[in-house]
Design a protein around this ligand. Structure first.
Ligand SMILES: Cc1ncc(COP(=O)(O)OP(=O)(O)O)c(N)n1
Ligand SMILES: Cc1nc(C(=O)O)sc1CCOP(=O)(O)O
Ligand SMILES: [Mg+2]
Length: 206
């Protein structure tokens, strides 16, 4: 059975990024889960092709590869699973699509929605925004370590803190009960993504 990693890289949707190069560097630095996330303007064909390349890098590194939102792409490339949020397929439907053995993550921002997501079949929860995110600007107010702690205390599955997480804040989120963290900018916008991933990995490793 796949375990849920402690350092998730969510790929950057900004135009002009060399996603495979960043993923390769992040894997070398110790990222243990990669979630392929593309913008809504990206075609299914392009998403499929990118996911296939990222999956190949993850397989070579022995790392879990998930696809955000587009579960048909996850299935088509043979990824390990997917991640859904409030505007995506409901968790139970996502579980039905992916099957019983895939890794399924769901976004939950409070204890009640966290309990519902787990009851519906989520293996882990993405919880946030922990802090202000420069990557996704359409988010509710940050919930901070206290909000992450409330969700983590409510469910028996790993909780992954997301949103504005940095090397400096990762340890506080772990101390609050997060199993791990998911980041975009802290790795993808770093001058040295491999070094940034290695530092984050140290911060989330018990
Ligand atoms: C680990 C993790 N947590 C939360 C999210 C956010 O998912 P969602 O709310 O569906 O928003 P989009 O990422 O689809 O814009 C995530 N992707 N990963
Ligand atoms: C895709 C996403 N979802 C979030 C949520 O809170 O649901 S925060 C986020 C973006 C995370 O990027 P960064 O590490 O650069 O803040
Ligand atoms: Mg989504």
């Amino acid at each position: 059975m796949l375990t849920i990693g402690r350092l998730h890289l969510v790929t950057d949707v900004s135009p002009g990024r060399d996603v495979p190069a960043t993923v390769a560097a992040a894997l070398a630095g110790g990222v243990d889960t990669v979630q392929v996330r593309v913008g809504s303007e990206i075609s299914d064909r392009a998403a499929y092709e990118l996911a296939g390349v990222v999956l190949g890098l993850c397989r070579a590194a022995g790392v879990t590869c998930l696809v955000n939102d587009r579960l048909h792409v996850a299935l088509a490339v043979g990824a390990d699973g997917g991640h859904v949020g409030d505007t995506d397929l409901p968790v139970a439907a996502a579980r039905a699509v992916l099957g019983p053995h895939a890794v399924l993550g769901a976004t939950a921002r409070d204890p009640e929605s966290a309990r519902r997501a787990v009851a519906a079949g989520a293996d882990y929860l993405g919880t946030g925004p922990a802090y202000v995110s420069t990557t996704k600007t359409t988010l509710p107010a940050p919930i901070g370590p206290a909000g992450v702690a409330a969700v983590a205390a409510a469910v028996p599955v790993p909780v992954i803190a997301i949103g504005g997480v940095t090397e400096e804040t990762a340890a506080a989120l772990r101390a609050a009960g997060a199993h791990g963290v998911a980041v975009v900018a802290a790795i993808c916008s770093a001058p040295d993504p491999r070094d940034a991933a290695a530092r984050l990995k140290r911060a989330v490793t018990p």
